[in-house]
Design a protein around this ligand. Sequence first.
Ligand code: GAR
Length: 205
Amino acid sequence: MTYMKRIAVIASGRGSNFQAVVDRVSDGYIPGTCVRLITDNPNAYAIERARNAGIPVSVVDFSSFPGKKEYEGALLATMEESGADLFILAGYMRILGQEIVHRYSGRMMNIHPALLPSFSGLHAQRQALDYGAKVAGCTVHFVDEGMDTGPIIIQRCVPVRADDDEERLSTRILQEEHGALPEAVKLFCEDRLMIDGRTVCVLPP
Ligand code: GAR
């Protein structure tokens, strides 16, 4: 039998992208196993989603540590202990330290609600609106030491409409996120992603 990749998702809040991955694992589209939800927020709705899906949860509560160093030490230990092959940052709202980034280079991806390299960081959808962009979208990328700068795996775009506000635009982008993230995870699980410098090559099935 072929080895099924082990997937861990790291999320801070609502967890709709986590849910999209869980759903596509359970319908067989992603040939992998979701082994863990890790969250820094004990009130994250993602926890309920994990419980409903029978996925183990690790809460590494940022506020229970004296500082970022101790928090990241505990996070790293939890990540190691999960035994995951792939870590997905799905609405993880903190910047990861270099040690973790280096340790999981090439096997950690992030979903961002903008067409990178435009509008990195927080409130990406609002940034796109404020800038007057006519096209917005989402990016799934491997994580490197920069903020939202790693090699791009998949991007999907949506129009920005004249009457958009942040919520309407975010909803339209989110719908694309829920397709793009499972697609990137599927490609990873099929060993079809090859990183060549800044370029991610997608190998044929
Ligand atoms: C998503 O839109 C994701 O792209 C974004 O947070 C939202 C999380 O939603 N991530 C970032 O902005 C990271 N910089 P979710 O919890 O429902 O998946």
